[in-house]
Structures are given as C-alpha cells and as structure tokens.
Design a protein around this ligand. Structure first.
Ligand code: CO
Length: 167
C-alpha cells in the first residue's frame, strides 16, 4: 500500500487536471517526471537462451523509485526445460545472490526458489521451457541496487545475472 501511494497521487493529479483545474493549480503541472498512468507499466523485455546460451539479453535495468515495471522474459532456446530452463528472480538490495543461487540449485520442487530465502524475493518469473514467455509487474522499490538472476542450477555462475538500479 505504501509503495503504491505515489502512483495513486499521480492518478489523482491526472483526474484533477482533466477536470479543468489546470489554471487554479499550476504548481501541480510543474512536478517533474510524473509517471503516465494511462500507458500502464513500463515494459522491460528480456530474452534468455539465444543460441541455447546461458545468457540474458540485458544485465542492467534502470528505474525510478515507485515506477511500475513489467518485466517480460522469453526463453528463446530450444533445449528441454529440465536441462535448460530459465527464470528471472529479483532480490532485495543487499541479498547474497550467489548464496541464493546455491540454495536454489536444490530447490527444484519449489521452482528453484528456496523456501528459506523466499523472503528475499521482490518479484519473479517462473522457470520457462523453450519458446515460452512469462512476465511479472512490480513497483520499483527505494533507490538502490537490486540483484537479479536466473536461479536455474549453475546459470548464475556463468553470468545469468544483473542489477536493477533504482534512482
Ligand atoms: Co537460465
């Protein structure tokens, strides 16, 4: 609830503006970089497994605190899910992504999200087989750096990881 407040405020501002309040409230229009609710969340597209390689198409996502973001993940590979699945897991700032990966490797029953560490997860897209896509929408948290990774066994170690940088 608390995180969504700026978004709600922006909506209210938009409604007020639409009711012809522009002239009586000029200061509102001066707010910089207000999100555009009408267009919905910003979509960030990530492709994994091009050429059946253990890679994401991007390793850095930049965002503004409070921004709504939809991450889409597409597994462009051809190998079976059991041997080359890909997921996307965003962790809280300061999380030990390597430790998360190690624990996830033996958490197949919970789709590679280790139950003991699930409170570190901000948002995730479940493991995808070849030619499958998934998505998740979340609110960008406070300014900081948030690690993300593919928690399928061994993929973090070869570089399926990145950082969400919130400013
Ligand atoms: Co992967």
């Amino acid at each position: 609830m608390k995180i969504r407040f700026p978004f709600v405020l922006a909506l209210v501002t938009l409604v007020l503006a639409g009711c012809g309040q522009k002239d009586s409230a000029p200061a509102v229009g001066g707010t910089a970089a207000a999100p555009a609710p009408a267009s919905g969340p910003r979509v960030v597209e990530i492709t994994a497994g091009v050429g059946d390689q253990m890679k994401y198409s991007l390793n850095t996502i930049e965002a503004k605190a409070g921004e709504q973001i939809t991450v889409t993940l597409t597994n462009a590979g051809t190998l079976p899910k059991e041997v080359m699945g890909h997921n996307w897991v965003l962790l809280k700032a300061g999380s030990d992504a390597a430790g998360f990966s190690a624990a996830a490797a033996v958490a197949k029953d919970t789709d590679y999200i280790p139950p003991a560490l699930k409170d570190q997860v901000i948002a995730s897209i479940g493991t995808l087989g070849p030619r499958k896509s998934g998505e998740v929408t979340f609110t960008a948290p406070a300014a900081g750096e948030y690690p993300f990774l593919c928690s399928f066994p061994a993929h973090y170690a070869v570089g399926m990881k990145g950082t969400l940088i919130v400013k």
